[in-house]
Design a protein around this ligand. Structure first.
Ligand SMILES: *Cc1c(COP(=O)(O)O)cnc(C)c1O
Length: 246
């Protein structure tokens, strides 16, 4: 695990402000002005000082992908007032690290993982927000529950002790074709809408599951146009590291 220091002279506050401005323009241009899309800063591969610099710059939500890194940065991030989300694939044997530091695990993609998180939270006497990761891209290499299974899965997870399903997360199709990328994001929104409608009717208990975590540095405008409530941005806020860590 080699963590990078902040690039020399990088201004996290200016970069964060630029991304917020991009988000505001995107909201306005699709009729969602003032809808409060939140920006989560992906701090993976950056060292604790760089991650804390982003938090000081106004980024309250941070996303970590690897539990070894989270263990190394968790105390500093928490002390800085960050709300930590797990955004990388979480192995069951690393779930304790997430339960120790995270406010939310966005990447719940198996019942076994959800059950383990639930049990660890009960033991620790805490509650944990989780999102269901859905594979909307159709790429077999991507993690996530299949779209047709996502709603039932979310209901099953919500029924576990100490967990609250706060929404759905996806990693979009890596493609320059706007229509193809947006179709995936639209699919995620449909799942979320079904969850809320079913809850309204009393058929499910997913009324907290309104969050849509989708969109990254390269495509956040498309995700916001499809209803994203949270975008996950790394490079555009943290800068570019040389060489790339992974
Ligand atoms: C790294 C990461 C991001 C941010 O990616 P950028 O392209 O650097 O903005 C978003 N989501 C997930 C799951 C990530 O791992």
């Amino acid at each position: 695990m080699e963590l990078s220091p902040a690039p020399a002279g990088h201004d996290h506050a200016a970069a964060f402000a630029d991304v917020k401005a991009r988000v505001h323009v995107a909201e306005a241009s699709c009729g969602r002005a003032g809808s409060g899309v939140r920006v989560l800063v992906a701090t993976k591969t950056w060292d604790a000082d760089a991650a804390v610099a982003a938090v000081r710059a106004g980024a309250v939500l941070v996303g970590e992908s690897r539990m070894q890194e989270l263990e190394a940065k968790g105390a500093a991030l928490t002390a800085a007032g960050a709300r930590i989300h797990v955004i990388g694939q979480l192995q069951r044997n690393k779930a304790a690290v997430a339960v120790r530091w995270a406010d939310c695990v966005q990447t719940v993609d198996s019942l076994a993982l959800a059950q383990r998180l639930s049990r660890l939270c009960v033991e620790a006497g805490r509650e944990l927000d989780v999102m269901v990761q859905v594979n909307v891209s159709g790429e077999s290499t991507k993690a996530g529950i299949e779209p047709e299974d996502a709603l039932d899965f979310a209901g099953t997870v919500q029924a576990l002790p100490a967990l609250t399903v706060t929404g759905f997360m996806t990693i979009g199709l890596n493609s320059p074709v706007e229509a193809a990328v947006r179709a995936g994001y639209r699919r995620l929104r449909e799942i979320r809408d079904q969850a809320l409608i079913a809850s309204e009717r009393g058929a499910m208990d997913l009324r907290e599951a309104w969050e849509l975590s989708m969109g990254m540095s390269g495509d956040l405008e498309w995700a916001i146009a499809e209803g994203a409530t949270m975008v996950r941005v790394g490079t555009a806020i943290m800068g570019t590291r040389t060489p790339p860590a992974y």
